[in-house]
Design a protein around this ligand. Structure first.
Ligand code: NAD
Length: 442
């Protein structure tokens, strides 16, 4: 099939590459010329494991091309994915201006009947808004093709996006026009060989399903973070509690990790957008509001614990391991490390930070910040540090050489934002260990 993907960011580029990988002809369209230049030179604009090989292979075979031109992209396309951003507005609601602008441009240049498919995460009712924009763009055209609007929310996880796209556990498709179902069956047939993963529903339910999934996952995280605070107050160990409760098959072990609060490009914005959408429709999303508030508190609680422990140290030095909001990505959107870095810099601390892939992005976030240095290794962060802060559970941070760390640092403060280290062992080595919900452990 001939497909156009509008927006070549985390979702769009993965979608375009994976659809090309199974034999479709895909044009990726973006307004960001820099991004397109990089792609044309074979340089990935984002870090996503396995993505470069698929992109390069399909560019070479001619299955994947890129363009800034809507006229070129729409010439032969029967399926158009909208994968542009939906960042939060001031009030938390999703900013639909990119989605609507992309839909308008697509409809203006469309040459044949096609389905406009929203992959971006959009609030319920956006399908109708897109339809209105399309109708307006097509009005007055004698040769106007038929354009229908569908919803196909994306559930990929950054860091595992290629695998998630190629081996989805479900493909949710929301349609208003029953004949569109057949197009989606053909489009996704290569991903459905082992079992049918297509779940075809009405468009509004598809739009809601995406927010429901993210809100549920965020709820599990905030639930565990609240329990972690309770464990700290009572002397329990949230990790022991997690294992105990997660072994109940009705609960399951996933997304039960207490930590520094969720971040990234999706959970914070989608939770707030769902709250705003509830307000707009006269529904008070009490539980989701609490999820958001707990998350904000959790992030601040960690920052406060660090600042309190550093009280009295003039110009403290901090080694910071991990910057990205989670391992295997360079995405720094809403990363909890940003709160920690900003608070430490405001306190006058000197930070040496390392992350395996996110440092280039970070250099742009804190340009010319002389108290923040990005180091090429873990070891390079620790000399003379008063405190060590672990923010992202990259595998390479799991088993540090504690002898080397201890001999290079001048202090023994450890803030384990992901509960990856063993408090008992570290306390026995003389560390002042601060985890999340495990501070009562001897
Ligand atoms: P992104 O910011 O990485 O990419 C968006 C791209 O769209 C950018 O390259 C931008 O230049 C381009 N763009 C903006 N306006 C355009 C226009 N009018 N025409 C063409 N291109 C345009 O965003 P992302 O992280 O890929 O997210 C995209 C959408 O997918 C969002 O709604 C997000 O909530 C959703 N989503 C994201 C993830 C994720 O893990 N990042 C997962 C599932 C869903």
């Amino acid at each position: 099939m001939r497909i156009c993907v509008i927006g070549t960011g985390y979702v769009g580029l993965v979608t375009a590459a994976c659809l090309a990988e199974v034999g479709h002809y895909v044009i990726g369209l973006d307004v960001d010329q820099d991004k397109l230049n990089k792609l044309t030179e074979g340089v990935m604009p984002i870090h996503e494991p396995g993505l470069d090989a698929i992109v390069l292979r399909n560019m070479k075979s001619g299955h994947l091309t890129f363009t800034p031109s809507y006229a070129d992209a729409m010439a032969e396309t029967g399926v158009v994915f909208l994968a542009v951003g939906t960042p939060p507005e001031e009030d938390g609601s999703a900013d639909l201006s990119y989605v609507l602008a992309a839909a308008r441009s697509a409809a203006t240049h469309v040459r044949r009947d096609c389905i406009l498919v929203t992959k971006s995460t959009v609030p319920v009712g956006t399908g109708e808004k897109i339809e209105a924009v399309v109708t307006e763009a097509l009005s007055g055209r004698n040769d106007a093709p038929k354009v229908t609007v569908a919803s196909n929310p994306e559930f990929l996880r950054e860091g595992q996006a290629v695998d998630d796209f190629l081996k989805p556990n479900r493909i949710i498709v929301g349609i208003a026009n029953p004949t569109d179902a057949e197009v989606f069956r053909r489009l996704y047939a290569p991903f459905n060989r082992n079992r049918d993963r297509l779940v075809i529903v009405d468009r509004k339910s598809a739009e809601i399903t995406k927010y429901a999934a993210n809100a549920m996952l965020a709820t599990r995280i905030s639930f565990m973070n609240e329990l972690a605070t309770f464990c700290d107050a009572t002397g329990g160990d949230v990790e022991a509690v997690r294992k105990g409760m997660g072994s109940d098959p009705r609960i399951g072990p996933h997304f039960l990790y207490a930590g520094v609060g969720y971040g990234g490009s999706c959970f914070p914005k989608d939770v707030q957008a769902l709250i705003a959408s509830g307000e707009k429709h006269g529904v008070n999303m009490q539980l989701i509001e609490a999820v958001h508030e707990i998350n904000q508190m959790q992030r601040q609680r960690f920052v406060k614990a660090i600042l309190t422990a550093l009280e009295g140290i003039e110009e403290p030095r901090v080694a910071l391991w991990g910057l990205a909001f989670k391992p295997e990505t360079d995405d720094m959107r809403e990363a909890p490390s940003r709160d920690v870095i900003d608070a430490l810099l405001a306190r006058g601390a000197r930070i040496r930070a390392h992350d395996p892939v996110a440092m280039d992005v970070c250099k742009g976030l804190w340009p010319n910040e002389e108290h923040l240095e990005f180091m090429e290794s873990l070891d390079a962060c620790t000399p003379d540090a008063d405190a060590l802060v672990m923010m992202t559970e990259w595998l390479c941070f799991r088993e540090p050489d504690w002898n080397a760390v201890e001999s290079s640092m001048r202090g023994r403060l450890l803030f384990d934002g992901r509960n990856v280290y063993d408090p008992t062992t570290l306390k026995a080595r003389g560390w002042q260990y601060h985890g999340i919900g495990r501070n009562g452990i001897a």
